[in-house]
Design a protein around this ligand. Structure first.
Ligand SMILES: [Zn+2]
Length: 186
């Protein structure tokens, strides 16, 4: 996982690093390929008092439009996302994949009513957002902040020190550790 890939700008073909080393041109359409990029890993944080994420998820949604308030230039399609709730039961509740590059788009109609204060919906007109597709939800057995604080890798996470914001970088080691810990809960 987290293998570097290049995506053809013309036809969208995803080319692995190995294929790219053999040929710099898209095997499907012949377009010159950009240098492969390894996906980055991010935390996306919500505040349950402001956004009813749990209700959205309960309706069996596997995607969601997310604000990108920080790192908009570094977040890209195919990056990894770990969803973090702030508050009393702070921790990770889902993981997914960023499905679009950040762009400024109004919030989709379906999600609007989940914002407690409808004025927050307008943030989507001022900032970029992405679509995240959920790969795994573990709402009933979250990886809580207190468990992260006991872990030598995760206790260094920025979100535990300076929790203001939506988007926080994770190292690949931290990402792998999160996967390991949530898989242990199964
Ligand atoms: Zn192509």
């Amino acid at each position: 996982m987290l293998e570097s890939v290049s995506e053809c700008r013309k036809c969208g073909k995803v080319v692995s690093f190995k294929e790219y080393e053999k040929s710099r041109f898209c095997p499907d359409c012949g377009t010159f390929l950009l240098h492969p990029r390894r996906p980055k890993c991010w935390i996306f944080q919500f505040n349950p008092a402001m956004y009813r994420w749990f209700d959205w998820i309960e309706e069996k949604r596997d995607w969601e439009q997310w604000l990108v308030s920080q790192h908009a230039r570094e977040i890209h399609k195919r990056d990894k996302a770990a969803i973090w709730a702030s508050g009393e039961k702070a921790g990770f509740y889902a993981i997914g994949e960023v499905e679009t590059d950040p762009s400024r788009k109004p919030l989709n109609k379906e999600q609007e009513k989940y914002w407690v204060n409808s004025l927050d919906v307008y943030k989507f007109e001022e900032k970029s957002s992405v679509i995240i597709r959920y790969v795994k939800l573990f709402v009933d057995s979250p990886l809580l902040a207190k468990e992260c604080l006991r872990d030598p890798l995760l206790r260094g996470m920025e979100i535990l020190k300076q929790p203001q914001g939506t988007n926080f970088p994770l190292t690949i080691e931290q990402w792998n550790r999160i996967l390991e810990l949530i898989n242990n809960k199964d």
